[in-house]
Design a protein around this ligand. Structure first.
Ligand SMILES: [Zn+2]
Length: 61
């Protein structure tokens, strides 16, 4: 049982899916991808708005 976060579920036109066993692991995967591919800054990634969006988009698998 793990967690996954699809860029598509974040409203992004990207087929990448981040995975992790915990929220920390998931963000360790999604964070660098978001920065490298989508140009997010650390500030944007750590903002409460982003966290809300991420929580809403994360799915158990
Ligand atoms: Zn992406």
């Amino acid at each position: 049982m793990g967690l996954k976060l699809a860029c598509r579920d974040m409203g992004l036109d990207c087929s990448y899916v981040s995975r992790g066993e915990t929220m920390e692991e998931l963000m360790a995967d999604a964070g660098p991808h978001g920065k490298k591919i989508h140009g997010y800054t650390d500030e944007q990634l750590n903002s409460p708005e982003m966290m809300e969006k991420v929580k809403a988009a994360v799915k158990q698998e």
